[in-house]
Design a protein around this ligand. Sequence first.
Ligand code: 4AD
Length: 591
Amino acid sequence: MAELLTKAKDQVVEALSQATAAVSLGAPSDAVYVDEAAGDDQAGDGSQGKPFKTVLGAFISRASDTINVYVRQAAAEGEAQGSYAAATASAKKKATKLLQQHRNKLAKDEERRKREEVEGEARRAAELKKLDDAKAIVIDEPKEDSTKIKVRQAVEQRGKRVRVFGWVHRLRQQGGMTFVVLRDGTGYLQCVLSGRLSQTYDALTLTLESTVQITGVINQLPEGKTAPDGHELTADWFSVVGKAPGGDEAFLNKVNEDADPSQLADARHLVIRGENASAVLKVRAALLSSFRESYINLGLLEVTPPCMVQTQVEGGSTLFGFDYYGQEAYLTQSSQLYLETCLPSLGDVFCVQESFRAEKSHTRRHLSEYTHVEAELAFLTFKDLLEHIEELICQTIDRVLADPKIKELIDFLWGGKGKFEAPSRPFMRMDYREAIAWLNEHNITRPGEDGVEGQHVVGDDIAEAAERKMTDMIGRPIFLINFPKEIKSFYMSRIPGDEGFTESVDLLMPNVGEIVGGSMRMNDLDELLEAYKTEGISPDPYYWYTDQRKYGTCPHGGYGLGLERLLAWLLNRYTVRECSLYPRWTGRCTP
Ligand code: 4AD
């Protein structure tokens, strides 16, 4: 109760003091208040509680310079706040001048807005009329003969009348002409539509990614002018085959460099139309045919093993399983075991097959599905195997680089960031135990079990980061060989006399790390049966693999190469995801 009384008393005192202040100022009831320190021209309303900041603000709000303005004075000594006094004549005069300037500016702004509105309408009307008139321009196709060509044939067809089909890759209207860079997958061709051709409705409303056919003559460009292949097609006719949308649905609104990565992944089907992505895919194709040519030169035969299998090769943790007519089956991790079965019937063999790994890790070098180039060779030593891998890689890369068109794409993809250097032979050979010592000498640590970083020890499965650091520091291809048996696959043969280690190899490349994994295979039946046991896998589904050791065993070895990893190295790509047509990784199976 006492509290309530005190509060009521305070309110009365406050009201009285305000009334007194107003009375003592003699301010009229329509007075507008300004507080240059605490007021606000936008949020204020001119009351004592919400004063304006400037006299001009008060004038603008009341649209008049004849109002009664009261300005808060500086506080006198002992006063918490100064009281209000009528604005001085000079302050009012200055504000009147500013008000006039403000009004002039508003009038000018309004005038400009109206002018722009009228001009805008006129422009729109003119555009509509132009489009309407354009509909009336009908250009018949000239009767003259033409040769249907792909863009890649353009150079040899210069000077003749040709017909090309393709997608509008770039588009520019300039000086009454329409410049189209046409793309058909085999190249880019600049086409120029001029005169009435560029005034047609189709030319005026053309959009990126529309499909068109264009006829005309291809002419070499004079010195100083640039276009793909140094020539351009002077069109005499064109027609739209399929129009792509403009506005919100326009291609560049779906695919652009600033888009979020997951949006770009969803739009991969459109992204591959771009110059970078399509260049990667073209080099990929060249690389694949170069691999095949190298294999033919080296005397290996291509086979196509199945993708649906009932055996694991590289451990159960990365298997994709599925129900196969009521039986358990998997997507293949590697075709190795099948390749081994071909040796007695076909000799040395290779395959280019998709492999699948249920990788939980989101690294830049792992995919859930990748293209696996694998080979298997009979009657050879581990040394022979390493030399074969070296020969295969060098021959394949040299051939790719010898193709000027492909070399141009590789240089384009490296951009300004250096240049691809073909590896020189021999590749460095480094024993696993040497690598452990090298890592420790260079203070490249590994995370310990308790999370504390520590020195590497023999037996460690060298982590990706450490391996990459070492490879980047050495800066050349490394054959890392002779891994401990515990960290490698069950089928790898042991080093004679050093049974804790295997005749195994990982080929490491700068910037990417491991691109090849291979080994000699156990060829002794009992040793293999023992290895199944150690691995904890039943020998039953492997009967056909085991039979290789029964019906004429032989020393043999092979390897698998991840095509996307090799491409990432060759094309200086940040991730293997850029090197696959439709990459799959954890959680991503579209498009
Ligand atoms: O080292 P890996 O697992 O070896 C094998 O599968 C053997 N059976 C191959 C053989 O001897 N025939 O895999 C071989 C290569 C790796 O060096 C790597 O380049 C690639 O396959 N690779 C992957 N590439 C992309 N994403 C993944 N998840 C990969 N896993 C392996």
